[in-house]
Design a protein around this ligand. Structure first.
Ligand SMILES: *[C@@H]1O[C@H](CO)[C@@H](O)[C@H](O)[C@H]1NC(C)=O
Ligand SMILES: *[C@@H]1O[C@H](CO)[C@@H](O)[C@H](O)[C@H]1NC(C)=O
Ligand SMILES: *[C@@H]1O[C@H](CO)[C@@H](O)[C@H](O)[C@H]1NC(C)=O
Length: 397
């Protein structure tokens, strides 16, 4: 017993599980990344073909967390995790996670529970300690004895793997309510000297937030969310880096819209791919619905290839023509209308309500039309898509 306590004290280490935004960690311990589809298998489309030409796994298909972090593919996006060690209580663990730019992590699912438990065991083995408590990012729902994840990313209760009869709030123990959660993790050697924690293998216990002695070895779960654009901008993960998008509204022509974007450090945005088109269209719809407007034209940044009737994205960031989703017969240059050439592009966006009173734009749902740069009345509701490069992506691949 004394031996055990000494060991715990000598280590003076608690392990924490944090959520972080910054910092470079070089310990190869966290290199492994696991393919995970939130419990559902994403690779259903295997045809029944003969075995031999086994398609290689798609190692480059999805980005993963940079070195030093484990990757979890949550339904709501990539989540990067690491486990810290140190004799810290819940609040000290939160503070430690903050130095990585984040907060303590919740558990989204069984994969993350096993990932964190495995990493905890890996860190315990060389110390000879056989059991530890890992702080998780959760807080009590006020007025109840239930918990919710509080890292701003983990959702649902699918990761709430409680030990038997937990959370029990210490059965009204005079030391007060247990408002925090720890994951109990044992190494294989634990089983030669098991203790009262036996029924809690890799399960969650509610615990006093300021206590650090039961079990005495402490760790914490630290996450690191993927880089995103600053608040107020939508994030597009282009192959060439993050691109931030913001949709402005106002009866502005192309040049005025360009000037508006410039005041925000951007330019009129081009469209890289279908996902970006959807981002722009969805955000436009979100702005149209409350004002009762059902259709709008959104200025995009592009210019005509001189001497032709084709357009090019010209911001130095958008590449290719994969985002040129033209409406039928476009660009048509207004069929040589006397009002002159149509040298600009607008994305036509309809809300669902448009279809109860459709008009001539019916064949242009979320598609691009060439248009006169100085005109603002067709459709009369005008918006503009600004774009600018985002922060450096913290994922690789
Ligand atoms: C955890 O470790 C076990 C045993 O080594 C292994 O089978 C499992 O795949 C690991 N799980 C994760 C999520 O790392
Ligand atoms: C845009 O909205 C549609 C319909 O709600 C949705 O299916 C799609 O996933 C959204 N796309 C993006 C990129 O947000
Ligand atoms: C828009 O700006 C360009 C370049 O500054 C200028 O040549 C053009 O005349 C302007 N067009 C309108 C309609 O203001």
């Amino acid at each position: 017993m004394i031996h055990f306590k000494l060991l715990g004290a000598a280590l003076l280490l608690a392990s924490l599980f944090c959520l972080t935004l910054a910092g470079n960690f070089d310990d190869s311990s966290c290199e492994s990344s696991e393919e995970y589809g939130g419990g559902k298998h994403k690779h259903r489309h295997h045809k029944h073909r003969p075995k031999p030409p086994r398609p290689p796994p798609r190692p480059h298909a999805r980005p993963k967390c940079e070195q030093g972090w484990y990757t979890s593919y949550r339904p709501q996006g990539i989540w990067c995790l690491r486990v810290g060690i140190g004799k810290l209580d819940y609040h000290q663990s939160q503070a430690q996670c903050k130095t990585y730019g984040g907060v303590l992590s919740g558990l989204q699912n069984n994969f993350e529970r096993q990932l964190i438990a495995n990493e905890t065991v890996r860190q315990l083995l060389p110390t000879g300690v056989t059991i530890a408590g890992v702080w998780l990012g959760a807080s009590k729902v006020p007025g109840t004895n239930t918990f919710k994840w509080n890292d701003g990313h983990t959702t649902g209760t699918g990761g709430m793997f409680y030990g038997p009869e937990q959370p029990d709030n210490a059965k009204g123990d005079p030391r007060g309510p247990q408002n925090c959660l720890q994951l109990i993790v044992m190494t294989p050697a634990y089983w030669s000297h098991p203790d009262k924690w036996v029924p809690f293998v890799r399960l969650i216990d509610d615990y006093w937030c300021h206590m650090t002695h039961d079990p005495p070895q402490r760790l914490y779960a630290s996450p690191r969310p993927r880089a995103t654009c600053e608040s107020g901008w939508l994030t597009s993960y282009r192959p060439q880096g993050l691109w931030c998008l913001k949709i402005g509204i106002g009866k502005l022509d192309y040049n005025q819209s360009q000037a508006q974007c410039e005041t925000q450090g951007g330019v009129l945005s081009r469209i890289q791919n279908d996902l970006e088109r959807q981002l722009i269209a969805n955000e436009t719809i979100r702005q149209l619905i409350p004002i009762g407007v059902t259709i709008a034209g959104v200025w995009l940044g592009a210019s005509k290839v001189p001497g032709t009737n084709t357009f090019q994205w010209n911001d130095g960031h958008t590449t290719g023509t994969g985002g040129m989703f033209f409406g039928p017969g476009q660009p048509d240059n207004a069929l040589r209308d006397p009002r002159g050439p149509q040298n600009c592009l607008q994305l036509i966006v309809m809300t669902p309500a448009f279809y109860s009173r459709p008009d001539k734009w019916i064949t242009f749902p979320q598609l691009i039309d060439d248009y006169w740069c100085h005109m603002t009345h067709d459709p009369p509701q005008r918006l503009y898509a600004c774009g600018k490069p985002g922060p450096v992506d913290n994922m690789v691949g």
